[in-house]
Design a protein around this ligand. Structure first.
Ligand code: SAH
Ligand code: F3S
Length: 479
């Protein structure tokens, strides 16, 4: 929706990333990513594939021989941003006709050949499961053939590829563990753009974590659309687990076990995971979290709406009451847990009463943090096909504002509850405001800023007492 209220959008906006080059590579790739963490992680896979095919990355657009834009389709606004960016690339291409432009990710998958027709500047289109095909697609462009691959895969997890780490802080990294999503929430385009759910082989995940530890990384986030649904049984789609052999079923690995194995394999590493889905979050995961100090005490648990009727229209597999039960269980098994959410305001048919149920659920849980959105109808989704997007824009906006305002109150309360206590902080870098201060996070994911002391460096774990806070940051002192 067109709104002057900013969604608290988790989508990072068009960051370009670079890595160390490979000797002998003569061409330059500029890669820019939008949207969720998974896209940023995928861009690292793309860069590592192209590194083996003659391309080093650059942060200078003017220098690029190839521009790849990894796109998001989750809301209308995300696609608008990409289209605007393509117009800018068009101007560059006029100056340098040999420049190639590729569109990757969810918008590529959603629009397919339409993208080549509508955006003349685009030379190449590749969906999230087609990145191994990029070298061939680039040849197609050279030969004047239409370069498009939007085939979704049953197996692809890019497990064997060691993603190069693009432009990060050298301390925190994403490790993808599942791809796709089977949930079919009626508002969501992801099942169509990222395909069916499949899990990555545990050994390759653990090896990647060990490798990251050996390269100085101190925090990993295990990534998936629905991590709690992780299930490895020898390959294949989650939905085909029924067809697995008895032996495969016996040796299968679920999320709690994976989490446990990772925590043991890299005991010094902080471990986070995202995103959890209430329907799949089992007690075994909570017990594993409580058991290991290196698993961070923070859960991102979207609930979308506090009304059971709305949840039903959204095809979420839980009720308000079940969600509350889960929250109570989490709080009792994992003390000091920080909770965050995703909420959609103004979904099809949402009444004022239903909206109030969202606010009251927020009151009950008191989340540390949240991502809040106005409903944006996506073509092809079940909601688009079967329901009317009938909440007026100004009502959506007003409800979103109420949700955001309430979250701000709770975020402040939660931050205040951390004051006067000593927290372990992983130093991630300089504070943006003042380079005499460090920037890091506590286990509960809150940001802590504190004065540097001699002998400390990025990647260190230090103990910091929280003394005060602004609306989103703890201020403290090392002890
Ligand atoms: N399971 C995924 C969810 C991806 S989408 C994950 O890993 O985070 C992230 C959030 O975007 C969703 O939880 C939902 O709150 C929001 N969202 C999805 N489709 C939307 C739509 N059509 N309009 C507004 N918000 C949407
Ligand atoms: Fe989308 Fe629901 Fe999956 S929000 S990513 S369909 S869990």
């Amino acid at each position: 929706m067109q709104s002057n209220i900013k969604d608290t959008d988790e989508s990072r906006q068009g960051e370009s990333m670079v890595l160390e080059g490979k000797e002998g590579n003569s061409k330059k790739l500029f890669i820019e990513s939008y949207g969720c963490q998974m896209n940023f992680s995928d861009s690292e896979i793309v860069a590592s594939i192209l590194l083996e095919n003659g391309y080093n990355t650059t942060s200078e657009l003017e220098e690029a021989d190839l521009i790849m834009i990894n796109t998001c389709a989750i809301r209308h606004k995300a696609e608008d941003t990409v289209r605007k960016r393509l117009t800018e690339f068009n101007a560059l291409k006029r100056k340098k006709p040999s420049l190639k432009i590729g569109v990757l990710g969810c918008m590529a998958e959603r629009l397919k050949t339409k993208l080549l027709e509508e955006e003349k500047v685009v030379d190449l289109v590749a969906g999230p499961d087609a990145y191994r095909d990029l070298p061939k697609l680039l040849e197609d462009v050279d030969d004047g053939r239409q370069a498009i691959n939007v085939i979704l895969s049953k197996e692809e997890t890019y497990a064997d590829l060691n993603p190069v780490r693009l432009g990060g802080n050298g301390v925190t990294a994403f490790v993808s563990i599942t791809r796709g999503c089977d949930n079919m929430c009626t508002f969501c385009v992801v099942p169509f753009t990222r395909g069916r759910e499949r899990s990555r082989e545990p050994e390759s995940i653990i090896n990647e974590c060990i490798n990251l530890w050996n390269h100085g990384y101190r925090e990993i986030t295990l990534l998936g659309q629905n991590v709690d649904s992780y299930l490895w049984y020898g390959g294949g789609l989650k939905k085909d687990f029924d067809k697995a052999t008895e032996e495969q079923k016996e040796n299968s690995v679920d999320f709690a076990e994976l989490l446990d194995r990772v925590a043991v394999a890299v005991p010094g590493m902080r471990i986070r995971f995202s995103t959890s889905n209430p329907q799949d979050m089992h007690e075994s995961v909570l017990r594993t979290m409580a058991k290991h100090d290196n698993i961070c005490k923070s859960i991102h648990l979207p609930f979308q709406s506090g009304s059971t009727a709305v949840l039903k229209r959204m095809n979420r597999q839980h009720t308000r009451e079940e969600y509350i039960e889960l929250i109570d269980k989490i709080k009792s098994i994992v003390p000091n847990i920080a909770l965050s959410h995703d909420i959609i305001a103004g979904f099809c048919g949402e009444t004022e009463e239903e909206h109030k149920e969202t606010l009251s659920l927020m009151e009950y849980v008191k989340y540390d943090f949240g991502y809040m959105f106005a409903y944006s109808e996506r073509p092809g989704t079940p909601a688009h096909k079967k329901m009317a997007d009938d909440v007026p824009e100004e009502v959506k906006k007003r409800r979103l504002t109420e949700i955001i305002d309430l979250q701000q109150v709770h975020s402040k309360q939660r931050l205040e509850s951390y004051l006067g206590k000593v927290h372990e902080v992983l130093i991630e870098g300089n504070s943006k405001r003042d380079e005499n201060f460090w920037y890091g996070r506590i286990s509960q994911n809150a940001v802590m800023v504190f004065p540097k002391t001699e002998g400390t460096k990025v990647g260190d774990f230090v103990m910091v007492r929280a003394d005060s806070c602004t609306s989103a940051t703890l201020l403290g002192e090392m002890i």
